[in-house]
Design a protein around this ligand. Structure first.
Ligand code: BMA
Length: 378
C-alpha cells in the first residue's frame, strides 16, 4: 500500500486503494512529513480522493471581516450570500515574524487562531500564506531589496530569520483544538516566486538559493520544531511552460501540494485557453509526482461581470477531465470598505450584483462549500 503513493498511478486507482481504510490502518502517503498526524494524512488522502469529482471553494479571511462588517461571530460574506461558509479558509500571517499582535491587514492573531479552530471544527480545510517583511531593508514583502542570500545559513541576517521562523512556529503551535490536538494546515510560503514583486522572487535570488530557502523552511518547522500537522504547498503565479513552473520547485521531498495563483487569465472567456493550459499543466505535473494540484489564489477584483462565477470561473475550471481535477480553487479577501481598502474584494457580499450567479456556482455539483464536505480528517 505504501508503495502506491510513491509511484505514478492514476488518481482513480490510487484512491480506490485507500477507500474504506481508516488513517490508522495502512495509509502512509509519501508526505513531506513522514510522521504527519493521522488527521493530516487523512486530509491529504481525502483531498486527493475528493478531487476526482469535486473542487472545494476557498476564500481568504472569510470569518474575519467582509466588505461591510468586521468581527461578527459566525459570519462570512460567502455565508451571507449562499448559506454556507467556504470549504477552505485561507489565512495570512504576515507580521507574525515581528511578534506583532495583528497581521499586515490588521487581523488579530489570537482571533485568527480562534477562527482557524472554528473553521476546522466546522469541517473546513485551512491554508496559511505568509508575506513576511523584507529582512534586510525592513520594508514590506513587496520591497524587492535582495534578501534571500542574507537569510540563508551563513548569511548576515540568518539569525534574525531564525527568530522570525521561531515566531511563526509559536503561532503554528497555537493551532490546536480545545483538546490540544494540532489542527492540520496547508502552509503555502514563498508563493509567486516565479515573478519579481516579492523579495523572494525571481531575479532576486537564484533557483538554488530559493530551493535552499524552501528546504530550510520545511526542515526548521518539521525537524527542528516538530510540527506534524503541516502540508506544504508550492504556488508560482502564472507561467509559460512546465519548465517555467518547475524552475523554483524545491523537489518532491519538500512539496505536498502543487498550486498556482492566477488573477490574469480569469477576467473573461477570451483568455480561457491560457487558464486551461496552466491548469492542465499543474494537474499533470502534480499527478506525475503523487502531489495534489490546486488553484491556490485566483479571482477577479470587485467582480465586475455579473455572471463571472459560472461563465468564466466555473467554465474554466470545469473545462475538461484534466482541469477539473484540481482539489480546490481559492479567491482572495473581501477587504472592509470602511477600514481597509475600497473595492478590493473577490467574493460577493449580500446584495452584490454577482450574488445570484454565485449561488448558481455554489449549487453546481462540481463545487463544494463547507456544508457539502464529507469528513476530511478521518
Ligand atoms: C494582497 C492585498 C493586500 C494584502 C495582502 C496580504 O493581495 O490584498 O491588501 O495586504 O494581499 O493579505
Amino acid at each position: 500500500m505504501v508503495r502506491y503513493l510513491t509511484v505514478l498511478l492514476p488518481a482513480a486507482l490510487l484512491t480506490s486503494a485507500f477507500s474504506g481504510c481508516s488513517p490508522e490502518d495502512t495509509i502512509t502517503p509519501r508526505l513531506v512529513d513522514p510522521e504527519a498526524t493521522a488527521e493530516t494524512r487523512a486530509l491529504f488522502v481525502n483531498l486527493n480522493e475528493i478531487r476526482r469529482d469535486h473542487v472545494l471553494f476557498g476564500h481568504q479571511d472569510a470569518l474575519a471581516y467582509g466588505v461591510h462588517w468586521m468581527r461578527e461571530p459566525g459570519r462570512s460574506d460567502v455565508k451571507d450570500v449562499t448559506g454556507s461558509h467556504p470549504a477552505l479558509y485561507g489565512w495570512e500571517v504576515g507580521h507574525i515574524e515581528h511578534g506583532a499582535g495583528e497581521n499586515l491587514d490588521a487581523v488579530n492573531f489570537d482571533d485568527m487562531q480562534q477562527w482557524i479552530r472554528e473553521g476546522y471544527e466546522g469541517g473546513g480545510v485551512i491554508t496559511i500564506s505568509w508575506h513576511p517583511d523584507n529582512p534586510v531593508s525592513g520594508g514590506s514583502a513587496w520591497d524587492t531589496t535582495p534578501a534571500v542570500p542574507d537569510i540563508l545559513p551563513g548569511g548576515s541576517e540568518h539569525e534574525k530569520f531564525v527568530t522570525w521562523m521561531e515566531r511563526l512556529s509559536d503561532f503554528f503551535h497555537g493551532l490546536q483544538t480545545e483538546g490540544g490536538d494540532p489542527i492540520p494546515v496547508i502552509f503555502r510560503p514563498w508563493h509567486e516566486m516565479n515573478h519579481t514583486w516579492f523579495w523572494w522572487g525571481r531575479e532576486l535570488c537564484t533557483p538554488e538559493e530559493f530551493h535552499e530557502l524552501w528546504r530550510f523552511t520545511v526542515e526548521y518547522l518539521r525537524d527542528e520544531k516538530g510540527h506534524r500537522h503541516l502540508l506544504y504547498a508550492y504556488s508560482p503565479d502564472r507561467f509559460e511552460s512546465s519548465e517555467h513552473y518547475l524552475e523554483r520547485y524545491p523537489g518532491d521531498e519538500y512539496v505536498d501540494i502543487m498550486g498556482y495563483d492566477d488573477y490574469h487569465s480569469l477576467h473573461s472567456a477570451d483568455t480561457r485557453d491560457e487558464f486551461v493550459r496552466q491548469l492542465e499543466t499543474v494537474v499533470t505535473l502534480a499527478e506525475e509526482r503523487g502531489k495534489i494540484p490546486a488553484l491556490t489564489e485566483s479571482g477577479f477584483n470587485a467582480i465586475p461581470d455579473d455572471t463571472w462565477w459560472t461563465d468564466v470561473y466555473l467554465a474554466g475550471i470545469d473545462y475538461n477531465e484534466t482541469t477539473r481535477r484540481i482539489a480546490w480553487a481559492q479567491v482572495w479577501r473581501n477587504a472592509n470598505h470602511e477600514t481597509d481598502r475600497e473595492n478590493h474584494f473577490f467574493a460577493p457580499y449580500a446584495g452584490h450584483t454577482s450574488a445570484e450567479n454565485f449561488i448558481e456556482f455554489r449549487n453546481h455539483p462540481l463545487i463544494l462549500f463547507e456544508d457539502d464536505l464529507p469528513d476530511m480528517y478521518n
